[in-house]
Every structure is written in C-alpha cells, then in structure tokens.
Design a protein around this ligand. Structure first.
Ligand SMILES: *[C@@H]1O[C@H](CO)[C@@H](O)[C@H](O)[C@H]1NC(C)=O
Length: 218
C-alpha cells in the first residue's frame, strides 16, 4: 500500500482522537477564562467612555496584566503585524501564545471582510471598539456584535465576517494552536508575498510558545 494511501486512511483516525482529547481534556491546560476576559473588557470599556481605540487597547492591556501577570506580554508597538487570512486583512499584536491558547488584539484601521477559517479550536472574539458582523451560510441577516459582546465561533464552524474601519477585538483561541497557523500564514505564498509579516509572525509565535513551554504552560 502506498504511503500516501496509508496516510489518507490514518488521518481521520488521528483527527478523531485529537478531537476527543480536545473536547474532553484540553481545557485542563487553559489559563484564560473567556467569561473573565469579557468582564474585564466590559469594565474597561465602561470606565473609558469616549477614549479612542488606541488608548482603549492600552487600558485593556493594563487590566489583563493585572489579572494574568507574566502570561501577558509587555506592550511593544513594534510587535504589531499584518495578518492576511481567509481573504481578510487586519493587524494583530500577540499578548500570549502557547500550544493550546492564544490571546491577541486583532482589528483593522481600514476595514475588512472574509472567511473565519476552519479551526481545531474554539474562538472567543470580544469586541472592544467598533463592531463586527458575522453570519453562517444559512443566514440572510448578519449577527452584529458591539463593544463588550463576545462573538463565539466553535471549533469546525465557518462564518463570513466583516469589520468596518477602526474596529478592534480581544481574541482568545483555545485548542490546537499550531493547527491554526497555516490558515494565518498561507496567503503569504498564494497572494501577498509579504514575507516580512510572515517572518515576524513565525518569530513571535515560536518565541512565545517556547517561552511558555519552558515555564510549563503548554
Ligand atoms: C487617542 O487618545 C490618546 C489619549 O487621549 C491621545 O494621546 C491620542 O492622540 C489619540 N489619538 C488619536 C488618533 O486621536
């Protein structure tokens, strides 16, 4: 039997086992709690009415550091990086990445629209500023999320989404993070050729996963 055929027969089994582990056990490795992140976001939004998005993100970052300490990176404007995925384009800054979780600010100054991607992880997208529209294929009208709302996208589900200009979110993904990276990077090779952003994303992701592994955060 050819190696490719063997791999093709084996893959569904591997995915099935990994999915079983994810659904039943992986949460034991998580340190972030999406409800707590939403509560922190809502509090900071309420305390900073009228603040622009730049100021608001920094306030949310301070509040996250108070709650999660060293698991949250220090603020560094030079770590903002473009992300092209699912035909959408935005900017992100990594607050935490480990093998089972990432926490980032994601958004767009200009506005964007695209596909959410299909992920081996649950995604909690808390709107901080602006808004997001999202819909399943069966919907004729979008769900609209405003500051303080969480847009929850379960693993394996797909939506179309749009964020108008100056919209920003705190995004928590929990699951198999390395399996999400191809979605976030492949457009470098199919369209953008933005090897600078690709290299920066690889560097930051690897650095963060390694740093967290060293202190026992998988
Ligand atoms: C956003 O708000 C901060 C703090 O008030 C201010 O320093 C900054 O200039 C503002 N930025 C813009 C683009 O308005």
């Amino acid at each position: 039997m050819g190696l490719l055929l063997k791999a093709a027969l084996f893959l569904p089994l591997v995915v099935y086992v990994l999915e079983y582990l994810r659904a039943n056990y992986l949460h034991n490795l998580y340190i972030f709690d999406h409800e707590k992140l939403q509560a922190i976001s809502q509090r900071v939004i309420a305390e900073n009415e009228g603040a622009n998005s730049t100021a608001l993100l920094k306030k949310v970052h301070v509040a996250l550091k108070e709650e999660y300490g060293d698991y949250i990176n220090d603020w560094d404007d030079s770590e903002w990086v473009f992300n092209n995925a699912g035909n959408a384009m935005g900017s992100m800054i990594v607050l935490h990445t480990s093998v089972t979780e990432y926490l980032i600010f994601f958004g767009t100054a200009v506005g964007t629209e695209g596909h959410t991607g299909t992920h081996f992880a649950d995604d909690y997208f808390t709107i901080l500023y602006g808004e997001q529209l999202a819909a399943y294929a069966s919907s004729q009208q979008p769900d609209i999320y405003y500051p303080g709302d969480v847009h929850y996208l379960p693993a394996w589900r797909n939506q179309q989404y749009r964020m108008p200009q100056d919209s920003w979110a705190l995004e928590l993904a929990q699951g198999y993070i390395p399996a999400m990276l191809p979605f976030g990077m492949i457009e470098t090779f199919t369209s953008t050729f933005d090897v600078y952003s690709f290299g920066k994303t690889v560097k930051i992701s690897a650095r963060e996963m390694f740093k967290n592994l060293l202190r026992g955060k998988i």
